[in-house]
Design a protein. Structure first.
Length: 370
């Protein structure tokens, strides 16, 4: 059944919106126009009173001027109050206080300006909070390996322990951890500043992903032999599933390597002993697009934390690390997200009966950002 009142209300709403410039509460121009009209009415009324009474014209003129000034002062105070408040809030923000806001209760242009100003203030507060958290997290992450490395070197210098291979491997582990953190920070800095161009090309997915998995397996083996590295989870099996086998995609191979390598590293780290990490690739909806999934058999990610895991320095909640995990730097998934964003794609945690499944969608030919 059609609701007969809807078209009328829609037409009435459009007419009312069209009359907005004439609404003194929704337009500064209308408010100024109303001020002139009220002043003219007051003056005319006083002149009319003077003509029909014994009041002198100069007295009427004085009262007319006073009334006009009072009305003008009242309207001007109402119009400039938001600007005065914005000035105070701006000065507070210049002093580092980003919590102040402008009271936006008006419906005119100043109200819209106040809303935009509050949005800007909220964004600046978020940026300032993120900057402080970044400095605190980076300081904490750098302090840990530096302190451990300093302790090892001090023990060697003081003669507490000999510079044997085991001691040097301990120092090497901390140095590599420090190097990984600095490398991740540099990657994020380049991505934030937009200085990482995309060199998209067409490539075959199977040999490409096979090479990435082979590199991950070799790095784990080298870490085990050296007694160092990110982790030594050689008990986790890597499996590649590409269909069709001749599948091709259009993307920046180097940036995509960052995405896949970080996702595999994260999946291995959270896998149970003798677990299985599956890298699955399928053709997307658009030409040369790609849908990529990396799944593990770990504890998974709670629904409340699925958006937060892609933030910097987030390591997931307690109990989400697999055996032998070192916690990482908390930057791998953030780098993966930024690299996917550069392609104009999407990344997120997909629903899974068990474990964690992260899905990446790349737009393909003609839709990748340049």
């Amino acid at each position: 059944m059609t609701r007969r009142g809807s078209p009328a209300r829609g037409l009435g709403g459009r007419i009312w919106e069209g009359l907005r410039p004439l609404d003194p509460l929704r337009s500064v121009k209308a408010a100024l126009g109303a001020l002139v009209i009220v002043s003219v009415i007051i003056t005319t009324f006083l002149v009319f009173v003077a003509i029909h009474s014994a009041t002198e014209l100069r007295v009427v003129t004085i009262f007319s001027i006073i009334a006009s000034l009072l009305v003008t002062q009242f309207v001007a105070q109402g119009l400039t109050a938001p600007l005065d408040e914005m000035t105070d809030v701006t000065r507070a923000m210049a002093g580092g206080d980003y919590t102040r806001r402008v009271r936006a209760k008006r419906r005119d242009e100043f109200g819209e300006l106040a809303d935009a100003f509050n949005t800007m203030a909220a964004d600046l507060e978020a940026v300032d909070t993120h900057r402080k958290e970044l400095v605190a997290n980076v300081s904490h992450e750098l302090r840990t390996p530096i302190a451990a490395l300093r302790a090892v070197l001090e023990n060697v210098v003081d003669g507490v322990c000999e510079p044997d291979p085991e001691t040097m491997r301990t120092a090497l582990r901390q140095t590599e951890r420090l190097g990984r953190l600095v490398e991740h920070l540099l990657d994020l800095s380049r991505l934030d500043n937009g200085v990482v161009p995309l060199h998209a090309r067409r490539f075959e997915v199977w040999p490409y992903l096979s090479g990435v998995l082979k590199e991950a397996a070799m790095s784990r083996g080298a870490a085990t032999l050296a007694g160092s590295g990110t982790h030594t989870r050689t008990d986790v099996h890597l499996h590649l599933d590409v269909a069709p086998p001749e599948l091709t995609a259009y993307a920046d191979a180097e940036r995509l390597h960052q995405v896949v390598a970080n996702l595999i590293d994260n999946a291995i780290k959270h896998s149970p002993r003798h677990g299985r990490v599956t890298v699955r690739a399928r053709r997307g909806a658009a030409p040369e697009s790609l849908e990529l999934e990396v799944a593990d058999e770990g504890p998974g990610i709670p629904a409340a934390e699925r958006r937060r895991v892609f933030e910097r320095f987030d390591r997931g909640g307690p109990g989400t690390s697999g055996p032998g995990g070192d916690g990482g730097t908390g930057l791998g998934l953030a780098i993966a997200r930024w690299a996917v964003d550069l392609h104009g794609g999407r990344i997120g945690v997909a629903e899974s009966a068990h474990g964690c499944r992260i899905r990446v969608t790349l737009p393909g030919l003609g839709q990748t950002r340049n």
